[in-house]
Write a protein that binds this ligand. Structure first.
Ligand code: FAD
Ligand code: SF4
Length: 338
């Protein structure tokens, strides 16, 4: 049985206090929210820390406006997936939260923790003994990448289900540092780097996520994984579509689990904008969206197959979002949308 290492647990009362503690303690301390990702990793000695800073003071409420919604970083994924307003206005986001892992982990895992969750790799998400036997890698204790040995960087995979959907919905995170508060678009929260994957300061606490969409925006998230539960995504597509009749007037497509950051398929978005939505344009958009996805051999199942499946998840997500646009009579791959 793997055991947690010994650590000191601090319990600040506010985000500012937590940020100050993190700034003072530096890399030997980490924040913990639900602990669903952090605790297994501590057991596998993927992080070496002396102190955990608890974030149980974080807001646990969803505040609804007419076109936007502020979700406290402490809200659990289970609560998001059940929230009536989120399911109505931001269906893709509630859907993505409801597809994370399994019910017990969604009861503990939080909105903030899911946005900040570590990148993944088959050579890294292993016990200390396994990694030692295989030879450590760049991300922890080693000096080469075992997936791409000639590469100077780590290609661990961004595996958050909700981050792509938050980007597609123009999400903004509220951050608290020792010096104050600021807002940052979720699209600017990530770096294309498997190790240094967050663009915020390590001492900054995510306190809330604001999503916005007008009434016409319809969203969907489609996730591919080996089993129907527990598993991380091995490909995923978050789509936000704005339609005027059958014409696409706004389109965001963000891919999960195919790069070290949520990957926006900008060429596909440009292609679909100002086009009618139908089976043919959906198929062409999905082909274009899959091009920038370059999965490597460091996640579940074959990376060649995962690459081929990217166009499938994009196609399905576009279909699902279109089907949600009540009233539009769009012919989709042999189905008639309501
Ligand atoms: C078996 C298993 C399956 C899983 N499947 C999935 C899956 O399918 N999809 C998926 O997306 N995730 C999955 N996860 C990962 C994890 O359960 C979720 O990502 C969860 O949402 C993490 O939230 P948490 O609150 O538990 O974060 P924690 O584990 O507490 O923290 C995760 C990271 O975020 C940091 N952090 C947490 N909150 C904040 C904050 N407010 N501000 C700044 N930093 C913060 C922590 O320091 C840590 O680095 C899985 C985990 C396991 C063990
Ligand atoms: S991509 Fe390479 S460096 Fe990064 S975790 Fe995997 S093996 Fe290690």
């Amino acid at each position: 049985m793997l055991r947690l290492p010994r650590f000191k647990y601090l319990r600040p009362q506010t985000a500012r206090e937590a940020a100050r503690m993190a700034a003072d303690l530096g890399p030997r301390a980490m924040f913990v929210a639900g602990g669903t990702d952090l605790f297994p990793k501590l057991k596998r000695r993927q992080f070496e820390i002396e102190t955990l800073i608890g974030l149980d003071f974080l807001p646990r409420e969803v505040r609804n406006g007419s076109t936007d919604c502020v979700v406290g970083a402490g809200v659990t994924l289970a609560a998001v997936s059940r929230d009536e307003h989120l399911n109505q206005k931001f269906a893709g986001y509630a859907e993505a939260a409801g597809l994370v892992s399994s019910p017990p982990l969604r009861n503990a895992g939080t909105v903030g923790g899911n946005l900040c969750v570590d990148t993944r790799c088959n050579y890294y998400d292993m016990t200390y003994e396994w990694r030692k036997a295989a030879g450590f890698c760049l991300k922890k204790d080693g000096d080469i990448c075992l997936v791409a040995p000639s590469s100077p960087r780590c290609w661990a995979v961004s595996s958050s289900d909700t981050a792509p959907m938050a980007i597609a919905l123009d999400g903004v995170v509220m951050l608290t540092s020792p010096d104050g508060e600021r807002e940052l678009p979720v699209s600017a929260l990530y770096r294309d780097d498997g190790i240094d994957y967050l663009a915020k300061q390590p001492s900054e606490v995510v306190t809330a996520l604001r999503l916005s969409a007008d009434r016409e925006t319809k969203t969907a998230y489609v996730k591919l994984r080996r089993r129907g539960s527990i598993d991380f995504p091995i490909a995923g597509a978050a789509v936000a579509l704005k339609l005027d009749g059958d014409m696409v007037i706004g389109c965001r497509i963000v891919l999960s689990a195919v790069a070290s950051h949520p990957l926006e398929a900008t060429a596909a978005e440009e292609f679909l904008k100002n086009q009618p939505i139908n089976a043919e344009t959906i198929r062409e958009t999905a082909d274009i969206a899959a091009k920038p996805a370059k999965p490597l051999d460091n996640a579940d199942l074959s990376h060649f197959w995962r690459k081929r499946m990217v166009r499938v998840v994009v196609e399905q997500a576009l279909q699902a979002a279109t089907t949600r646009t009540g009233g539009s009579k769009v012919k989709l791959l042999g189905r008639q949308a309501d």
